[in-house]
Design a protein around this ligand. Structure first.
Ligand SMILES: Cc1cc2nc3c(=O)[nH]c(=O)nc-3n(C[C@H](O)[C@H](O)[C@H](O)COP(=O)(O)OP(=O)(O)OC[C@H]3O[C@@H](n4cnc5c(N)ncnc54)[C@H](O)[C@@H]3O)c2cc1C
Length: 320
């Protein structure tokens, strides 16, 4: 029995979620008292640190560009060779694409988007959220294994690796070009980000409670008064009221400022995963039962159209 983390890389760099998944794999392996290995399809970037039983470098010409057929087949062969009991993967778009197919090849299913695990007498139990985070479900894998689970962004904190490097072992799967049914095109490249929210000390973030685009100026005033970056929940960016690069959450940026002020944001799980690492969270929401208050250090249950201008005035008194 061992734990294997199959990690994603992009252009020779680890995907942030890969390092969080590795942290999850290490914690799970420690709880089960079994060794932990990592694997990557292609050349492994450095930086995983020591302490891993092995880092598998799965190499083949047909793995240069992602295709679900080649990745599922290569991962299947590695898993049959390395025989782990549990396989963890980061819940990236790519993993969502090929991991269910991979799990099916072992007669099992992928336990997707897990936020945690716990151990009980029967072994590991994975926790995943249902109904937009309103319920937590415990999922106990059953059968001979291996078991497959993907890890939600922000659920585990990427750890500093143990000093040193872990031994790298090559694995060459046998892949047949004729069995690959998709032809990859040019990979999508994100435009250079003009705003780096990850470097901001203070972020003021606006949500759908703002009602319309023109009202965003009210929240922008608060950001200006505090010397903060302006950010938003997804509906604001989807509406084109602020650029996508200001979106915080699972499909936006992950931020960890000293102060995060959420204005008219309900606190959906996809938003929380992007900002719950902030040192101090202040929430302004007219609904006292809004889930954002569960992660907030300070909460103001009130109408943002009254609270925000009052805050701007108060801040300007101490920071003219
Ligand atoms: C695959 C996927 C990825 C996603 N990725 C992201 C992501 O990266 N980031 C993200 O944010 N979301 C993301 N979402 C969307 C997410 O599920 C929520 O729909 C979204 O976060 C809700 O945004 P909101 O809180 O601004 O709006 P709502 O949920 O509509 O909340 C608005 C809040 O404003 C409050 N309010 C209304 N009027 C006032 C007022 N006058 N004063 C004070 N408060 C008021 C209300 O009480 C309410 O709590 C994703 C969803 C999916 C399915």
């Amino acid at each position: 029995m061992s734990v294997l983390a199959i990690l994603d890389q992009q252009d020779g760099l680890w995907h942030r979620l890969s390092l969080e998944t590795l942290a999850a794999a290490k914690q799970l392996a420690a709880a089960m008292n079994v060794p932990v290995s990592a694997a990557v399809l292609g050349d492994p970037p450095t930086g995983l640190g020591g302490g891993l039983h092995r880092v598998w470098a799965v190499r083949h010409d047909l793995l240069g560009r992602y295709t679900p057929d080649a990745f599922a087949s290569a991962a299947e062969q590695l898993i049959r060779h390395a025989a782990p009991g549990i396989v963890l993967l980061p819940h990236t778009y790519q993993v969502r694409d090929f991991a269910p197919k991979l799990a099916t090849r072992f007669g099992t299913t992928l336990i997707s988007d897990c936020t945690g695990f716990r151990m009980d007498a029967g072994g590991p139990v994975f926790v995943r959220q249902l109904f937009q985070g309103k319920l937590n479900a415990d999922v106990r894998p059953s059968g001979p294994g291996p078991f497959f689970a993907s890890i939600q962004a922000g659920a585990f904190r990427a750890e500093e690796g143990v000093a040193g490097e872990s031994p790298v072992e090559e694995f060459a799967p046998s892949l047949d070009a004729a069995a690959i049914r998709t032809k990859p095109g040019e990979p999508f490249r994100e435009a250079e980000r003009a705003v780096d929210l990850t470097a901001a000390d203070i972020i003021v973030s606006v949500g759908r409670g703002i009602r319309e685009k023109d009202n965003i100026a009210i929240v922008e005033e608060l950001a200006k008064a505090l010397g903060a970056e302006l950010a938003a929940s997804r509906p604001i960016c989807d509406n084109g009221w602020l650029p996508m690069e200001r979106q915080v959450g699972s499909s936006g940026q992950t931020v960890a400022p000293k102060l995060y002020i959420a204005v008219g944001i309900s606190g959906a799980i996809q938003h929380l995963v992007g900002m719950k690492g902030a040192k101090t969270i202040v929430a302004i929401n007219k609904d006292p039962d809004a889930p954002i208050f569960e992660v907030a250090d300070y909460g103001i249950a009130g109408d943002l159209f009254e609270v925000v201008p009052a805050l701007v005035e108060a801040v300007r008194k101490v920071r003219p």
